[in-house]
Design a protein around this ligand. Structure first.
Ligand code: 0PR
Length: 377
């Protein structure tokens, strides 16, 4: 920092220069975030100084957060859930497993996740000192319940299902996992960081949420398909005792305990989530998902016309294409200004069709992809 400050205009100019270097979402097919809805941005600004970490000072913001949790729970089968707005899927997953570990009795705890689990579970292994066991996938990249079962032992404190996998957009067989959890009295966490705001609005019905009796907790992120500002994750527990496992005594604050991982915590994103969920309602999200799914189907149709097939029929707005030499195709598309991504196993081109994608822009993308794929054959 310099001794003397600069004028507001000079600073804003600096910021604009940085901002101009950021990539506009228009040509991004690799992200799971998108432009926040305008009402989310307005709400964010209104609550910028609210600190949910000292809730007694912000009773309004605190009550609003409760309503967001109830709205998330209502969308996911139980409006009476207990939870809070986290910084995102990573914090929600950490805290869910921390609660499961704390109420488990093992001194050598393990959890069973699928091969396709998000890398936040690798962070969990390191942070929480739980062994993370990875169960096999079936031929369409869902976790194989028999493999989950085979990994469970007396030290298993939780099993995890993914509803909307990061790489394939696939939904694990959560009903089978729920049955297993009930039968063996094991905690079941469902990571629906991406899927929570998609799966309820698909034509096909999936069992994946609190309607299943074995589901103990869920991750459901407003800052992904919820069109909220960043960083807004959702952590939900069916049973309040699990949230209580996370309590820390906070003697000198306006509240006696805190259950969040971070201390000082943004009220702005809770406001943003509240605003956009109230404003769009379930119908608004359904329209958003219909838009994304229409474009997703278009990708499959057009790609098929130039001989490129998806690895699985897309379940949600994630398409994984078998383009042959994936690394070269991705690089060639990058040279044409498109941001795409890859899957690890098998290596393939991964496209996430977010609400910011338009029909026109998608056709331009597909024209380029066709040319690149044809040049390579
Ligand atoms: N669980 C699942 C199923 C996820 O897909 C993700 C993130 C997480 C948990 C972790 O969530 P946070 O990143 O909110 O902590 N999935 C994407 C990923 O890591 C997130 C992402 C978003 C990636 C925007 C790129 C991007 O531009 O791949």
């Amino acid at each position: 920092m310099k001794d003397k400050g600069e004028s507001e205009q000079a600073v804003l100019e600096r910021l604009s220069n940085y901002r101009a270097r950021d990539i506009s979402y228009d040509r991004v097919l690799s992200a799971m975030c998108t432009h926040p809805h305008p009402i989310a941005a307005r709400a964010h600004e209104m609550f910028m100084e609210a600190n949910l970490g000292d809730a007694g000072l912000f009773p309004g913001a605190h009550e609003m957060e409760h309503e967001v949790i109830a709205m998330l729970g209502g969308m996911l089968g139980d409006a009476g859930v207990h939870g809070y707005i986290t910084t995102g899927g990573t914090e929600s997953n950490i805290q869910a497993i921390r609660a499961a570990r704390n109420c488990g009795i093992s001194d050598k705890p393990n959890i069973v996740v699928s091969e396709s689990a998000h890398f936040s579970f690798d962070k969990i292994a390191d942070l929480l000192r739980v062994e993370v066991r990875k169960a096999d996938l079936d031929e369409v990249f869902r976790v194989d319940p028999a493999s989950v079962e085979a990994h469970i032992d007396d030290n298993t404190v939780a099993i995890v299902g993914i509803a909307g996998t990061t790489e394939f957009g696939q939904v694990d067989p959560i009903r089978e996992l729920s049955d297993m959890a009930v039968e063996r009295s094991i905690f079941l966490h469902v990571d629906a960081a991406f899927g929570a705001f998609v799966i309820p609005f698909l034509d096909k019905r999936y069992d994946f949420d609190f309607r299943l009796p074995g589901v103990s907790s869920m991750t459901a992120d407003p800052h992904k398909m919820g069109l909220c500002t960043i960083p807004a994750g959702g952590l939900l527990f069916r049973d309040p005792s699990h949230l209580h496992e996370l309590h820390t005594h906070t003697p000198y604050l306006t509240v006696d305990t805190q259950y969040s991982l971070s201390g000082t915590r943004s009220g702005a994103v809770a406001a943003a989530a509240y605003a956009v969920m109230r404003h769009l309602g379930l119908d608004g999200y359904r329209t958003t998902v219909e838009h994304c799914m229409k474009l997703t189907r278009r990708v499959v149709e057009r790609a098929g016309e130039f001989g490129v097939e998806p690895l699985i029929d897309p379940v949600m707005n994630v398409v994984v294409l078998d383009v042959g030499d994936t690394v070269k195709v991705r690089k060639a598309m990058g040279a044409r200004g498109w941001y795409t991504s890859i899957t690890r196993r098998p290596l393939a081109l991964r496209l996430v069709i977010m609400p910011h994608m338009s029909e026109k822009r998608l056709e331009e993308f597909l024209d380029d992809l066709e040319q690149v794929c044809r040049e390579r054959t």
